[in-house]
Design a protein. Sequence first.
Length: 401
Amino acid sequence: MTYPFAALPENLAAFTETLRRLYGFRIGPGELHDAARALGVVDLGSERAVRNALRPILGGTLDDVRVFDAAFTQFFFPDLAALRREETIATRQEPAPDGAGGHGDAEDARRTPSSTVEADDASALGGGPMTPSGSAGDRSQDAALVATSSYSPLEVETADAPELPRIDQGWRDAARVFVRRLQFGLSRRWSPGRRGRRFDFRRTLRAGLQTGGEMLSPRWLRHPRRAPRIVLLVDGSRSMSAYARTTLTMAVALATATMRLEVFTFSTGLRRATNDVRRAAAGERRRLDPRNHAWAGGTTIGACLRDFLNRFGERMVGRDTVVMIASDGLDVGVPDLLRDAMRELHRRSGAVVWLNPLLETEGYEPTALGMSAARPFITTFTSMTDHAGLARMSRLVRLRA
């Protein structure tokens, strides 16, 4: 395995700069910091572990993830990449059709699907443990200059802040259907009602005072249905930026159908967005502040869920609560922390719904480390792309008695 620079930080900085310059990746200081943290918890002796740890952090979109392996091999295994190009040229039997222009290395990598076979081949060619070997002299200083000039903190501030969208009648109707179908059964307490199973003698006598003592208006007691509380946690990381508008639209629509709604955004930190969502549901133009809502950064799902349980779990999570998590499950945190948080949410709530937009992708399998840790504690695993999906999801949510 070839390292252009002497130390691991310089190689990481140079690799991310290559992704930005040649492949069009949008990588800022937050992603660089998360990547460094991820390398601190994985086994650096395993080339595949390093590759799998960096892929979800540095690849912000599905296209980025598809070309990441080719870019990784090109940077750390240039001999293998050159060998593959020579084999590709040698096996071409016919010239390219007229009108088909050539592509550079960046475009070829962009068109190459991701594969774990390249990682195996790279290890077989002597990649070995991912430990910096050798020194490149002054080139390490060049890498430091690259990192300083490329990862400006201004990039985070110029990220587009998500605006809470306005909803149409279709979303309002779907939200009402969803809330109405979330029935947790009857409460144990008795409450006054126009009809009921128990005669309320005291209230009937009081009502008779208005008719001269004649009990003409009987009063009843009944067991009311338990009104559900909905807690929506929206993943605001870079990999979810393409799906954020749909999730925020659902949040605003639910706010028009029920007051028992709490909305949070999380990335590397947790922020409460309930007030902004309610004001947007009332017709006000609202935009989330990325500095307050930790938007477009890395993802530590387990730490954020634990923070939610510690700060809000006591008064927001109960047997009448439906916890909805909108995330692709690409987590760089500690899996055990995510597993413990999901176990506690499952134990204390009435249902745990996980909305993963990648389920709409053909061939997708939820094999990411974060999804593997969370799956045993999810009661409903689905996706939602429009208001019809929200109405359809109301028939899929399973509630515990």
